[in-house]
Design a binder for this molecule. Structure first.
Ligand SMILES: [Zn+2]
Length: 78
């Protein structure tokens, strides 16, 4: 798989700070899409879109050092 990196500036991180960071996007040939945002403060947000249409998102705050949100999207089984 080949990922694509893009920088961003001044976006609000899950902790509430406005920081720069980097997007990372990766796709495989089965339709799985992985989308990750790394914030300069250390927060991280990731989103997995599966080939069946379900979406899994995960949010990690730098100040809590743990996952604060771990959801399967409403598309799952809806
Ligand atoms: Zn943060």
């Amino acid at each position: 798989m080949v990922g694509m990196r893009t920088n961003f500036t001044s976006e609000q991180a899950p902790c509430g700070r406005t920081v720069d960071g980097e997007h990372y996007r990766e796709e495989d040939d089965q339709g799985l899409i992985i989308y990750v945002q790394h914030y300069a403060c250390g927060c991280r947000q990731s989103r997995h879109e599966y080939h069946d249409g379900s979406i899994h998102t995960q949010v990690v705050r730098h100040d809590k050092k743990k996952v604060v949100s771990d959801d399967f999207g409403p598309e799952h089984g809806a």
